[in-house]
Design a protein around this ligand. Structure first.
Ligand SMILES: O=C(O)COP(=O)(O)O
Ligand SMILES: [Mg+2]
Length: 233
């Protein structure tokens, strides 16, 4: 592969990280157009006003359950968390059905992602908060399954990002020391999960971070394109 940029080499050594942990939504793929279409279908089926892409982009990042909860209360976090499972369940069923039917209508890879995945020959693990039900067909349709040693989805383990658990699970399965791994993501959940795991992180500026600047989460590196990891700007 092309050599790592000088900042990554300074941090990890000439050979770079031993493992890359990669987020999916907002990092590898721009999934909000389809997620917003599904949320709006769900809201309309419930007799509510559509939310639109900007609002939905602020609600993505903690998995489908919290996305649906936020949509039901127009983003109010306290109210979203206070909703009972019984109140969320019918909406979630409508969302799942709507999202499965539009999963990759408008979803594509961000610039540089395909090229970087092809050239980055180190072991890669996908660590997404997206449920497995949606993640696998998306990866299949993108032809990306073979890029990953392991795929960890939001409903696979007892905790999801910002917990360290999925990241440490990946390191343990592949027998990699966390301090030699690099987490790459777009949201504070990715950066916090990495910090919780003792893993260094690179954050993409183009993704979804609840409407906030990802630099506020203090990742080790901030980049605009995955290819910046391998070439000096
Ligand atoms: O499902 C979500 O909320 C986002 O998933 P991500 O972890 O791939 O960004
Ligand atoms: Mg993300």
């Amino acid at each position: 592969m092309a050599s790592w940029n000088s900042a990554i080499r300074a941090a990890f050594g000439e050979q770079g990280p031993a493992l890359c942990l990669l987020d999916l939504d907002g990092t590898l793929i721009d999934s909000v157009p389809d997620l917003a279409a599904a949320i709006d279908t769900m809201l309309q089926q419930l007799g509510r006003q559509p939310a639109g892409e900007t609002a939905v982009s602020h609600w993505v990042g903690n998995g489908a359950d919290l996305l649906v909860r936020r949509a039901l209360v127009d983003g109010d976090e306290q109210q979203a968390l206070a909703l009972t499972a019984a109140a969320v369940e019918p909406a979630r069923a409508l969302f799942d059905q709507a999202y499965l039917s539009v999963l990759h209508h408008a979803t594509g890879a961000y610039p540089g992602v395909e090229a970087w995945l092809e050239q980055a020959s180190l072991p890669k693990v996908l660590v997404t908060n997206k449920p497995r039900l949606f993640t696998l067909p998306l990866l299949e349709s993108l032809g990306w399954m073979a890029h990953f040693e392991l795929i960890i989805c939001g409903d696979d383990l007892a905790e999801k990002k910002p917990s360290a658990l999925p990241l440490l699970h990946a390191c343990s399965v592949l027998d990699i020391a966390p301090q030699t791994a690099l987490m790459i993501g777009d949201s504070r959940n990715d950066i916090q999960a990495a910090k919780n795991a003792g893993i260094r992180s690179a954050a993409l500026t183009y993704g979804y971070n609840h409407g906030a600047d990802i630099a506020e989460s203090a990742p080790d590196w901030v980049i605009d394109n995955l290819l910046q990891l391998t070439v000096d700007a």
